[in-house]
Design a binder for this molecule. Sequence first.
Ligand code: SF4
Length: 332
Amino acid sequence: MNLEPQWNDDPVATSRSSTRWSRETAQVVYDLPFNDLLFRAQTIHRENFDPNRVQLSRLLSIKTGGCPEDCGYCSQSSHHQSGLKASKLMEAERVIAEATKARDAGATRYCMGAAWRSPKERDMDAVVAMVEGVRALGMETCMTLGMLDLDQAQRLKRAGLDYYNHNIDTSERYYSEVISTRTFADRLDTLANVRDAGIKVCCGGIVGMGEEKADRIDMLVTLANLPEPPDSVPINMLIPIEGTPLGEAEPIEPIEFVRTIALARIMMPKSHVRLSAGRTAMSDEMQALCFFAGANSIFVGDTLLTADNPGEDKDSALFRRLGIKPMERQRR
Ligand code: SF4
């Protein structure tokens, strides 16, 4: 019996000669025997990245809670009773002081998140000052502020913003099950404004929200088929939060999660695939499998906006055991 992969009708090889992914091809890849899927994901990973380097980002909530959007997974929505106390926008000096500590601890990218539907004009000067200040520290800058129009995106670009995070969250089909205050098309519009302004896109989603496998695959097909695949693709595993509509969601099966990471790596070979929220619920072995499947970015620090994250000691210990080193900062 021939146990070698049949490269002639190999969906991965076929996909490399095509510029767009179809749901059908993506599903064939997702459903490959697990070892074949991981082998292919790791092969593609090695062609594009040092397999033993992982990029470290640090995330700070610059304005917490009180958000008018109703994202079913989020503790910061004013529609849900999560018990989270809302705060005002932080001052730029404090943000820059926090970023300095993160840089000194080894983070190369600093992500700043505000719980807004979109930034108000009165907040733009402070946000611009944060970008300029963090960039002056020699770090890459990333912001997530909700929807942006082209003018706002261009202002942030002029301030030196490197990345803008704006997740599509899930598939277009499932989107309205999770969020009712905006549409999937709204998300794509902001992504277009960010791209047109010349800012790199960080865009991914959340799995374990009760979606079907087809939704996870469709989400990745949308991302891979954007005019340019996102530079960073955060894949979050839902942390169910009491008081939110998804507080009782069934956790995703770990092997399905690893398959999602592998498919993201195969479909977006040059993107940084980030293991984002949910790592506290993952075993070390599951994280190791995710790195093998092509994940090469994590958030470091004890909290992610408002959710728990493994502390830096735990991450350093895991990196040591796996022989993984932090990725150096990308040149501008
Ligand atoms: S995910 Fe963002 S936009 Fe949605 S409720 Fe939370 S803070 Fe608001």
